[in-house]
Design a protein around this ligand. Structure first.
Ligand SMILES: CC(C)(COP(=O)(O)OP(=O)(O)OC[C@H]1O[C@@H](n2cnc3c(N)ncnc32)[C@H](O)[C@@H]1OP(=O)(O)O)[C@@H](O)C(=O)NCCC(=O)NCCS
Length: 153
């Protein structure tokens, strides 16, 4: 997908797991070894990594992988992981565009529900995008407080 205006060139495309690291690392694993960026299902064929490229620079990433959360009844569920926009580029709707692109892609593949563990600081971002929290706040060691969030597609 290409979004053009007079001064900006924004593209969103599928990328590899390794290509997400330059954004995952500083935003989600700052100060920790680079191999902490790796996620279990990263290299499965059914896992989708998307990158947002702004004026030829990768500034945002999001990963969607098959993972069924048993509190939801839908058969075809995907989990969002590694959602990140470089700090200098946050607040410019790049995250929103990535999320919407991923949702559109999943819906086109008959996925019925998206869910994820949302960092507490990002809960309002997801609420703005139509997601609801489920259950109580919980802690993920080394990362912090989270809520489960989800929506049907
Ligand atoms: C959360 C994150 C991916 C959002 O991406 P972004 O490009 O900064 O967000 P957007 O500009 O698309 O935000 C869209 C809307 O949500 C709001 N928003 C963005 N981040 C927010 C936040 N942390 N809290 C509250 N609102 C937020 C924006 O103000 C905007 O609102 P508007 O549509 O009314 O103008 C990004 O800020 C980020 O990488 N944060 C650090 C890592 C992180 O927490 N990742 C999520 C892990 S679960």
């Amino acid at each position: 997908m290409k979004i053009n205006s007079n001064t900006t060139d924004i593209r969103i495309k599928r990328i590899s797991a390794l290509e997400t690291y330059p954004v995952r690392h500083p935003v989600l694993r700052e100060g920790r070894p680079i191999d902490t960026c790796k996620m279990e299902a990263d290299d499965l064929e059914t896992t989708f990594h998307f990158g947002l490229i702004y004026n030829d620079n990768l500034v945002g990433v999001a990963t969607f992988m098959i993972d069924k959360n048993l509190q939801f009844t839908e058969e075809k569920q995907y989990r969002l992981r590694g959602m990140a926009v470089l700090k200098a580029h946050q607040g410019h709707h790049f995250g929103k565009q990535l999320l919407q692109f991923g949702e559109y892609y999943l819906k086109s593949n008959n996925v019925e529900r998206v869910w994820f563990n949302a960092r507490i600081n990002a809960v309002n971002f997801y609420k703005n995008n139509g997601y609801k929290t489920y259950g109580a706040i919980f802690d993920i060691p080394d990362i912090g407080s989270h809520y489960i969030m989800s929506k049907t597609l």
